[in-house]
Design a protein around this ligand. Structure first.
Ligand SMILES: Nc1ncnc2c1ncn2[C@@H]1O[C@H](COP(=O)(O)OP(=O)(O)OP(=O)(O)O)[C@@H](O)[C@H]1O
Ligand SMILES: [Mg+2]
Length: 231
């Protein structure tokens, strides 16, 4: 079950218009990800990492090519259907956390359920908070938390809808190295339970700790030898 392909991109393209110019942010990407796999996407600034994460996360429309999330071919879907696929399959983690500072840890984690009009099951929330080591901080306003605990809150919020794929754009970007390592450890535990995790990062140490590294350059996947990154 865990070896099941949860995501498959074929010749995936995303073009943006900048005035009269067309920016080929993704220019034909092939990618397969299995459940329980942790992979990282690395590449220079502007190589298309965030663009790829946004497509995987169904936050943006595909220009051309195919993209399968689970059994759904999302490339042809309109915004309203993408939202549904996103809610049922994807959890997001951002470098800037995007938490609501005046709400408590628990309230932030519950927000996606409120948006999805789902019931809030107190025990499930507590289990989730235990999983990310925040059970004793559930009542604290997020503005009083450390960076690491804010990111743990972000991770719990990303998991509350029970996604199949966790998409993390620079998840340890602003965190201290030790805290970043703890977050990676948490990712490993989550992936062992069947969650696929895709991390876009400039942090090569983080990337090397994942199972597979995808190198992007100018919107294309390139072999490590041909990438700008040497390690
Ligand atoms: N909304 C947009 N409109 C126009 N061009 C865009 C848009 N979003 C991204 N781009 C362009 O697409 C290319 C890829 O950008 P992207 O943000 O995916 O790169 P990145 O690898 O995430 O970079 P970084 O490491 O700086 O986060 C860049 O040339 C960028 O300028
Ligand atoms: Mg980016």
């Amino acid at each position: 079950m865990q070896d099941k392909i949860v995501l498959e991109a074929k010749n995936l393209k995303k073009h943006y218009h900048r005035g009269s110019e067309i920016v080929k942010a993704l220019d034909g990407v092939d990618l397969k990800i299995k459940g329980s796999e942790i992979i990282s996407i690395v590449g220079p600034s502007g190589s298309g990492k965030t663009t790829l994460m946004n497509l995987i996360g169904c936050l943006d429309k595909v220009t051309a090519g195919s993209l399968k999330i689970g059994d759904n071919d999302v490339a042809s879907l309109e915004e309203i259907d993408l939202i549904k696929i996103r809610r049922e399959n994807i959890g997001f983690i951002f470098q800037r956390f995007y938490l609501i500072p005046t709400l408590t840890v628990r309230e932030n984690v519950e927000l996606p359920l409120i948006f999805a009009k789902k019931n809030i099951n107190a025990k499930n929330i507590l289990d989730l908070l235990k999983e990310v080591n925040l059970e004793d901080k559930e009542g604290i306003q997020v503005k009083h938390l450390s960076g690491g605990d804010k990111q743990r809150t972000g991770i719990a919020r990303a998991l509350v809808n029970d996604p199949k794929i966790l998409v993390a754009d620079e998840p340890t970007g602003k965190l201290e190295i030790k805290v970043g390592e703890q977050i990676l450890e948490l990712f490993k535990n989550l992936s062992e339970k069947g969650l696929a995790i895709v991390i876009a990062t400039h942090n090569l140490e983080l990337a090397q700790a994942t199972q597979r590294i995808i190198h992007l350059q100018d919107g294309k996947v390139v072999p490590k030898e041909k990438s700008d990154l040497y390690y």
